[in-house]
Design a binder for this molecule. Structure first.
Ligand code: SF4
Ligand code: SF4
Length: 122
């Protein structure tokens, strides 16, 4: 395996199968109430790493071809151009860097109840 053929071995072409969005500081109950609503949706998760809180949305790029190649390779966005496959999620899952990871509503609700002693109370 080398850099030019590595991606063809990557199950699901991992880095083209999700997006993330920074959430900004997560401090108040209202912040977490909003996040609870977001993770109720299919394919939406949340995590915190050393850079902060993020939404993680599992969704395949519309230009990802069935064979795992990019359908717009020459005009792909900058973030795709800048992503190096010399050390990527094939080698180490991004989840390894997560300090917190909530895959669903139930997991996040449990965290909210622990973090806010007055959760669920007016
Ligand atoms: S860059 Fe890495 S994670 Fe992305 S498709 Fe290639 S091997 Fe997979
Ligand atoms: S534009 Fe190409 S490289 Fe970028 S996410 Fe889509 S398929 Fe992957």
């Amino acid at each position: 395996m080398n850099a030019s053929n590595k991606c063809s071995f990557c199950p699901g072409t991992k880095c083209c199968s999700y997006i993330t969005e920074a959430l900004g500081p997560m401090r108040s109950k209202a912040d977490f109430e909003h996040l609870l609503w977001q993770v109720l949706h299919e394919g939406v998760e949340a995590y915190k790493d050393s850079d902060g809180w993020y939404l993680l949305i599992h969704t395949r790029c519309s230009h990802l071809k069935k064979n795992g190649s990019c359908g717009i390779y020459d005009s792909r966005p900058a973030i795709c151009r800048e992503y190096e496959n010399s050390w990527c999620e094939y080698d180490a899952p991004a989840e390894e860097g997560f300090m917190l990871h909530f895959r669903n509503y139930e997991q996040l609700l449990k965290y909210c109840k622990k973090r806010f002693k007055t959760w669920g109370k007016p």
